[in-house]
Structures are given as C-alpha cells and as structure tokens.
Design a protein around this ligand. Structure first.
Ligand SMILES: CC(C)(COP(=O)(O)OP(=O)(O)OC[C@H]1O[C@@H](n2cnc3c(N)ncnc32)[C@H](O)[C@@H]1OP(=O)(O)O)[C@@H](O)C(=O)NCCC(=O)NCCS
Length: 150
C-alpha cells in the first residue's frame, strides 16, 4: 500500500502525465490533445498522485453543471495495485461531494476488468452500454456514482 499525496498538476507535470498515459493505454491521447485540454479547457482539472517526490499517477476531471466527469485516470504500471488508483478516485468523489455535484461519471472499455472492479467497489454502477464507443470498435460502459445518496 502506497500513501500518495494528491496535488493539483502544474504545467511542469504534464510531461510526466503524458508518460504515464502512454504506458497505460494502447490508444493514448495524442500529446497535443492533452496539452490543449490542460491549457484551454476551462472546465478541466488535472491532479497528480505523488509519493517520495515521484509522480506515480494522475486523474483528469471535467466539471460539468451537476456532474463531475472523470475523463482519465491512470497509475504508472510499476505502482499499480498499491491503492493509488483508489486514492485518486476517492479524491474526485470527495471533490464532487464538497461542491455538491449530483453524480460522478466515467466511461470504461468492457475489457478493462480491473478498472471496472475498482469502480464498482467504490460504488459506481453501469448506467449505459456504449456500442462501438472506442475508435477500435470496442464497446464500453458508462458508469455513474450518485453523490446525493451517499
Ligand atoms: C485502473 C487503474 C487506474 C487502477 O489503479 P491502481 O493503483 O492499480 O488501483 P488500486 O491499487 O487502488 O486498486 C486495485 C483494485 O483494482 C483491482 N485491480 C487492480 N489491478 C488488479 C490486478 N492486476 N488484478 C486484480 N485486480 C486488480 C482490484 O479491484 C483492486 O481492488 P482491491 O483493493 O480490493 O485489491 C490502473 O490499473 C491503471 O492505470 N490502468 C491503466 C489505465 C486505465 O485503464 N485506466 C482506467 C480507464 S477507464
């Protein structure tokens, strides 16, 4: 178990975030998309998980009117299964609670069983089947966690 500090990402952290993204997905976001989202999307916020002064994971959230949408969450492969992903997700859930959002949402590939198990453990429920949602044609799920009920 790793205890990480969750901190707001600064522009100097973007390079490391992109490294983790590229190690985590077969279809990572292109670097430019990341940088554009970080710099110019006024409803996007990025947070990093830091342990021993090393960035080991990140979460990207979009603040929609009544919903906090988790656009991305990833942990460096060498630091997985040590609770860092849970800490990042709990941070986002607390953020949503404190600001009185109604729900937290995210999408996930159907094949991403580890992530789905983790989301369900944290109280997310499948609300929609997303047919051929990903560029390679894979189906996804949309999950919600209702904040008002908790
Ligand atoms: C999904 C992800 C962020 C989880 O981060 P993490 O730091 O490994 O997660 P945690 O250690 O907090 O949680 C582990 C939980 O996830 C599941 N899990 C994670 N890795 C697992 C593995 N190799 N085998 C089985 N279960 C696993 C378990 O439910 C475990 O729960 P437990 O605490 O009861 O054991 C990480 O695996 C990742 O970066 N994956 C690649 C990117 C990705 O798929 N992101 C989600 C896109 S929607």
């Amino acid at each position: 178990m790793i205890t990480a500090k969750i901190l707001k990402a600064s522009s100097k952290d973007i390079r490391k975030i992109i490294d983790i993204e590229e190690l985590s997905y077969k279809d990572p976001w292109p670097r430019e998309v990341f940088i554009m989202d970080y710099l110019f999307n006024s409803s996007a916020l990025y947070y990093i998980a830091k342990t021993k002064n090393k960035i080991v994971g990140f979460i990207g959230i979009w603040l929609e009117s009544t919903r906090l949408h988790i656009i991305n969450v990833a942990v460096h492969p060498e630091y997985r299964n040590e609770g860092v992903g849970t800490q990042l997700l709990l941070f986002a859930i607390d953020y949503a609670k404190e600001r009185k959002f109604k729900e937290v949402s995210l999408e996930v590939r159907k094949s991403n069983e580890n992530a789905i198990r983790l989301y369900k453990k944290l109280g997310f429920e499948v609300v929609e089947d997303l047919k051929a949602y990903y560029q390679d044609g894979e189906d996804g799920y949309r999950l919600f966690k209702n904040i008002e009920e908790t």
